[in-house]
Every structure is written in structure tokens, then in C-alpha cells.
Write a protein of this length. Structure first.
Length: 88
């Protein structure tokens, strides 16, 4: 089970509109439960984002790394430089 720190929770709570038309969470507690439910993943680098998508069957061969990290499912964690991947 993934542990989501405050940066993960806050980033998703504030930016959930990039993935969903309507809000799916409204509090930090709801955000934590939602991320656990959808099994969101935290990775440490752009390379790991690409690796995640490839391991899950996405053909990234014709995509630049910037195109990959700009997918709606990818949330950049600015302070730490990590990435939160939410597939829902």
C-alpha cells in the first residue's frame, strides 16, 4: 500500500480538475482514501513515469518524455520533484 504525504494530497486536491470534469474529493481525508482506492503511484523521476506507463501496456515509443509527463494522469509534485500517477 502506497503512503501519500501532504504534498501528494494537496497537489491532487488542488489539481484534480486536470483529470476529472467534476471534483471527486473535497478534503485531505477524502483525497487520501481516493488515492488509496485507485492505487495511485508516486515515482521519483520522469524516467520512472515513462517506465510506469510502459509496464502498464502504454506504447510510449512515439512520445517525448514531456508528452508522457503531461498526460492528465500525471501530477508533478513541485516541491520534491516527484510525480503522482492517478489512473481512474
Amino acid at each position: 500500500m502506497e503512503t501519500y504525504d501532504k504534498e501528494c494530497l494537496q497537489t491532487f486536491l488542488e489539481n484534480q480538475h486536470q483529470l476529472f470534469d467534476d471534483p471527486v474529493v473535497q478534503t485531505m481525508g477524502e483525497t487520501s482514501a481516493f488515492l488509496e482506492e485507485v492505487m495511485a503511484v508516486v515515482v521519483n523521476s520522469k524516467k520512472e513515469v515513462k517506465q510506469y506507463f510502459e509496464e502498464n501496456g502504454t506504447d510510449t515509443s512515439e512520445m517525448s518524455i514531456d508528452e508522457i509527463i503531461n498526460q492528465a494522469e500525471v501530477f508533478k509534485l513541485e516541491k520534491s520533484g516527484r510525480f503522482l500517477i492517478v489512473e481512474a
